[in-house]
Write a protein that binds this ligand. Structure first.
Ligand code: PMT
Length: 411
């Protein structure tokens, strides 16, 4: 990564407060500081007392754009540092963010310069958590992360990997590069989905034939997970209803399901409180009418499997929608626009993302996708083959516009 990296352009000339709280990963914040400065940001470091047990303020002072600060008090040239830093910041990052720091921010406690600055800012906040797995998975921390996400705070990481003391698991600070990239994304996009609730579905449903066999499809969940992650980075409170075991951004609430029926129940029961639903899942259209209680024996010969339709989740939402923006995906192998337009009308969705799943590099399992966006006003927009992450942001740009339009109509 260099200062010429176009993905980091949003950092150039922006004032970034880099908070460092007290964990062993604090030494990695030095690299975050250097990368931010390289990308052209004006970096003001703040270290907590605990951070200084792991790393010296002088190291940050040597690399950053202004001397590192460690206290609310004692500098006659800077009598109110938390308001100067908080009000002047375009972005506040805390890396590493410990369980204690996350808890204090959630509770609104301001007992040192970093937490006071976090209360004194209206800039977007990016937290990079680092702690032991047991702490990261503790209900108190899980609740705090959820609350902060709903308030519009963005989380990046943590990753799974080696932890202090030889332990292993989720809780490791994500890489400095990932933190700086997330910072650039927050600044580039702003927090344009903050305050919105979004359901995303992902993966292919499995419809059981017997206890060991199922009717399924090739969906990996990559497309849906990319949308959930992008929406979370843009500040939405995201519920991801998925059949996939892929990871997701830490702030995303994951609901694991297997069958179309389970996905139906999970989506429909949460629908009323959502602002938008994006159905990227490949939901089976048919399921075996009868599920054998025991494994069907080979020596009994090929079974005759009678199929019945599954509930159509998207069509149900189309019938019930009030204020919600509905996005469907159409997986097609021919007459892509026509088939997708027919589904858009039949299921009463606002936006249909039509992908040709037989085209190279597009559709199932791969990391890229090519789509045509069709809207309910008959407009069609052909997008290039691009990463699923970029397609996710393109879809969410349309969701944001539709939400803004709805907001104007209602006011
Ligand atoms: O998961 P990946 O490997 O990344 O692959 C991505 C993808 C190809 C699965 C994704 O891009 C995609 O196209 N998802 C939709 C697949 C699909 O089921 O398409 P469809 O044309 O059969 O259905 C149209 C829409 O109705 C979809 O939004 C689907 O979620 C929804 N549906 C379908 C059937 C059903 N019973 N209920 C539904 O809600």
């Amino acid at each position: 990564m260099t200062d010429l990296d176009p993905n980091l352009a949003a950092l150039k000339g922006r004032r970034v407060v880099l908070g460092v709280s007290g964990g062993i990963a604090a030494y990695k914040a030095v690299e975050v500081c250097r990368l931010l400065v390289d990308a052209g940001a004006h970096v003001s470091p703040i270290l907590t007392d605990d951070a200084q047990r792991f790393i010296g303020a002088l190291t940050f002072t040597a690399l950053a754009s202004e001397p590192a600060k460690t206290s609310l008090f004692g500098d006659p040239t800077d009598p109110i540092p938390h308001t100067r830093l908080g009000q002047g910041a375009h972005l506040v990052i805390v890396a590493p963010a410990t369980a204690k720091l996350i808890g204090k921010v959630t509770a609104g406690i301001s007992d040192d310069l970093l937490t006071a600055t976090l209360l004194a800012t209206t800039a977007p906040v990016l937290l990079a958590p680092a702690m032991h797995t047991e702490m990261w998975e503790h209900p108190a921390v899980v609740d705090n992360v959820k609350t902060l996400t709903e308030r519009g705070v963005t989380f990046v990481g943590p990753d799974a990997g080696h932890l202090a003391g030889g332990d292993e698991g989720p809780g490791r600070l994500t890489t400095p590069e990932a933190i700086v990239r997330a910072a650039a994304e927050v600044l580039a996009r702003g927090h344009d989905l903050a305050g919105t609730r979004v359901i995303v579905t992902a993966g292919g449903t499995r419809e059981p034939i017997d206890p060991v066999r199922f009717v399924g499809n090739r969906s990996s969940g990559k497309m849906g997970h990319a949308i959930a992650d992008a929406a979370a980075r843009r500040g939405a409170a995201v519920t991801l209803i998925t059949t996939s075991a892929l990871a997701a951004e830490s702030s995303v609430e994951i609901v694991s399901v297997t069958t179309a029926e389970e996905m139906y129940d999970a989506v429909v029961s949460r629908f009323a409180e959502q602002d938008a639903v994006v159905m990227a899942a490949a939901v089976a259209d048919f399921r075996p009418k009868v599920i054998a209680g025991q494994k069907i024996k080979k020596h009994d010969g090929p079974p005759e499997i009678v199929l019945e339709p599954t509930p159509d989740i998207l069509a149900t939402l189309g019938e019930r929608k009030e204020h919600q923006v509905l996005v469907g995906f159409a997986a097609e192998t021919e007459h892509v626009r026509d088939h997708a337009a027919a589904k858009l009308a039949a299921k009463k969705v606002d936006l249909m993302v039509a992908n040709d799943v037989s085209a190279p590099g597009s559709g199932f399992e791969v990391d890229t996708n090519q789509a045509v966006l069709l809207d309910s006003n008959g407009r069609a927009e052909e997008l290039p083959l691009q990463s699923k992450t970029d397609l996710a942001d393109a879809v969410l740009d349309r969701v944001r516009k539709a939400l803004a339009h709805r907001g104007e109509e209602r006011s």
